[in-house]
Design a protein around this ligand. Structure first.
Ligand SMILES: [Zn+2]
Length: 286
């Protein structure tokens, strides 16, 4: 599943090419996605519009158009965007194709169809964007992701630290891979109850989060050239994970075997020595 770094690399890969381009044509497949703008809405607002810029919020890409409307894309589990010559044959699972005024086409391909295509018309975009933002937590690479705000968010909550990092209403955009890696780097067991985490420990989570997400974005930067090709996309960055999918292998810090368990339904990896079990662990849901 694309996580925040993949979405950010997609944004950075498209930024040199899309702003200033006019959309001249829209093709929408008739397959439903997780959430959808209707085809009439897309064909009413997109042709003729000029893409002003592309922003990212959590794992959503916001294509801001010159009339104030916003096209919102979420890549879901398997979605990818590519920019190709308009005469390139369309692929199976191409669900949205935007023909541009320079003979190229932006294509959204999503085999599993958990992605989303939304369109916020200019007269409603401001309210819709505010309502959307109100449902999302802190941006882990933004200024609000601080030890103080994590301490405040964890007060009166009884959940483990991994569940908190993955709750998009609290922290937006950290998925399973990076939650595992961040907690290893911060030396916190995934089930550590958030109510007992000190400010100094949250400071380690913030520092680890920024460092790991930025490293992943940097690693992805080298794949941008592929992504712009006919079939390529950023895919997964070949990061050297510390714990993710390394069960049974020696910890890169201490040599002890990495353990795999399940927390809130998701595969969870940790080093039992570097991330000691909290005094009163929450129950892992297996
Ligand atoms: Zn270790």
């Amino acid at each position: 599943m694309p996580e925040l770094p993949e979405v950010e690399v997609t944004r950075r890969g498209l930024l040199p090419f899309l702003p200033g381009r006019r959309i001249i044509k829209v093709m929408r497949s008739n397959k439903r996605l997780r959430s959808d703008a209707s085809r009439p809405l897309l064909t009413r607002h997109l042709p003729g519009a000029v893409i002003r810029t592309i922003d990212r919020r959590a794992k959503y890409l916001l294509f801001r158009l010159d009339d104030g409307a916003i096209l919102v894309l979420h890549l879901g589990m398997s979605g990818k965007l590519s920019l190709v010559a308009a005469d390139t044959p369309r692929a199976r699972h191409d669900h949205l194709c935007l023909g541009l005024d320079n003979g190229r086409e932006l294509r959204f391909n999503d085999a599993r169809r958990f992605g989303s295509i939304l369109l916020w018309p200019s007269d409603q975009a401001k309210q819709l964007e505010e309502a959307f933002a109100a449902q999302l937590g802190m941006e882990p690479l933004g200024p609000d992701f601080t030890p103080a705000s994590l301490l405040a968010a964890s007060r009166a909550r009884s959940l483990g630290v991994k569940a908190l990092l993955m709750d998009s209403r609290i922290v937006a955009g950290i998925g399973n891979i990076y939650a595992n890696e961040i907690l290893f780097a911060a030396g916190l067991h995934p089930l550590t109850p958030v109510s007992g985490i000190s400010r100094a420990q949250w400071a380690r989570v913030v520092a680890a989060g920024r460092k790991i997400l930025r490293a992943a974005i940097r690693a992805g930067g080298s794949t941008i050239a592929d992504f712009l090709g006919a079939s390529g996309h950023p895919g997964y960055f070949q990061l050297r994970f510390a714990v993710y999918k390394r069960q049974g292998l020696p910890c890169r810090c201490c040599g002890q075997s990495i353990v795999r368990t399940t927390v809130t339904g998701r595969a969870t990896y940790f080093c039992p020595a570097c991330q000691p079990s909290p005094g009163r662990p929450l129950q892992a849901k297996v």
